[in-house]
Write a protein that binds this ligand. Structure first.
Ligand SMILES: Cc1cc2nc3c(=O)[nH]c(=O)nc-3n(C[C@H](O)[C@H](O)[C@H](O)COP(=O)(O)O)c2cc1C
Length: 347
């Protein structure tokens, strides 16, 4: 079905196509017709942080920034959804156009800039939803908050979303908020994460619930930067890491008419680099800190490649835009086959 719909969607401006596809998905879902676009996905359970995931293939952040489409997206077969990035106050994001398709590369460049309705609106949407699966909430800082005050924004969002989320992701890796990625520098990262850890401990006592806090990192870091980052992540006792966000590198798409658009590149050209980052981080982190692999997954084999590089779970964004919901099933099935080959008797 998606192969019929895609040419129509791809003939539209990318942001309009995104909004239209999600509103049509909501309609299909309310009519009980999700199966027309999404094949059934058999369970392939994973338990992590004491949370049971129906399968290890999740939706990456940015697709449903305000949690406006949770029920429809949750019915497609994802093992978990990550909504956001959300910020304390609503903000419009960057001027349009800010989303570009690079079809021949199966890629996207975006400079959305955390357009969102604010964390309170997101929480109202979460409250209204009937989704029973695992829900991650990705938090960020407002554009007009200087980095010296970034902690205040992250703390505000963490406090607000803590009881509603299965896990919270601290996004310090979007290339579309000026200066944000500087929070990945050793000193700033250490300061931010240790203060967030204190906040998490207070919230854990207050709500009698431990909500894991994950950190999402950029693919544009050298091996030595990753090594010092791994030490800080371990010392700050983060619960997990998401590798990776989009890249500012344009080498893989050089010559394309959109190659020089500012923003982050995602999709197929990101696969190699984001998987290397995942592998290097995995090798340098204690085994108690799981890593979620995201970046350039367009097939079941790609998802298996992330698992082989050390990912405990994977997420999709651009591949889902290009291939639709059947990609979720393909990834789950490929991971299941790998599992069965590794331990035939447990299947
Ligand atoms: C249009 C668009 C918007 C995104 N917005 C966010 C966001 O708000 N927060 C975030 O952490 N990642 C965001 N991302 C990054 C994705 O979650 C993902 O990390 C990245 O695209 C790499 O995965 P992919 O190659 O499967 O797309 C966005 C990606 C795209 C394409």
């Amino acid at each position: 079905m998606y192969s019929f719909v895609r040419p129509l969607l791809f003939s539209l401006d990318p942001e309009r196509a995104h909004d239209l596809a999600l509103s049509q998905l909501d309609k299909l879902h309310s009519l009980g017709l999700t199966r027309l676009v999404a094949p059934a996905v058999k369970p392939c359970k994973v338990k992590l942080w004491n949370i049971e995931f129906a399968n290890p293939v999740g939706m990456a952040a940015g697709l449903d920034k305000d949690g406006t489409h949770i029920d429809a997206l949750g019915a497609l077969g994802f093992g978990f959804l990550e909504i956001g990035t959300t910020t304390p106050k609503p903000q419009e994001g960057n001027p349009k156009p800010r989303l570009f398709r690079l079809k021949q590369h199966a890629a996207i460049i975006n400079r959305m800039g955390f357009n969102n309705l604010g964390v309170n609106a997101l929480l109202q949407n979460v409250d209204r939803s009937r989704y029973k699966g695992v829900l991650g909430i990705n938090i960020g800082k407002n554009k007009d908050t200087p980095n010296e005050k970034a902690f205040d924004d992250y703390r505000y969002c963490l406090e607000r979303v803590y009881p509603a989320a299965h896990y919270v992701t601290v996004n310090i890796s979007s290339p579309n908020t000026q200066g944000l990625r500087e929070l990945q520098n050793a000193d700033e990262l250490h300061r931010l994460l240790s203060r967030l850890r204190d906040t998490q401990e207070k919230l854990s006592a207050q709500h009698r619930k431990h909500t894991p806090v994950l950190v999402k990192i950029a693919p544009d870091l050298s091996d030595s930067q990753l090594e010092s980052m791994a030490m800080i992540l371990a010392a700050s006792r983060v619960d997990g890491v998401i590798a990776t966000n989009t890249t500012v590198d344009r080498l893989p798409v050089q010559g394309h008419i959109h190659a020089k658009e500012a923003g982050g590149l995602s999709g197929k050209p990101l696969y190699g680099r984001s998987t290397q980052v995942l592998r290097h981080l995995r090798a340098n982190l204690p085994s108690t800190i799981p890593v979620i692999g995201v970046g350039g997954i367009h097939s079941g084999a790609d998802a298996v490649g992330k698992i082989a590089a050390g990912a405990a779970l994977v997420q999709l964004y651009t591949g889902f835009i290009y291939h639709g919901a059947p990609l979720i099933r393909d990834c789950v099935e490929a991971i299941r086959r790998r599992r069965e080959m590794a331990s035939p008797r447990s299947s």
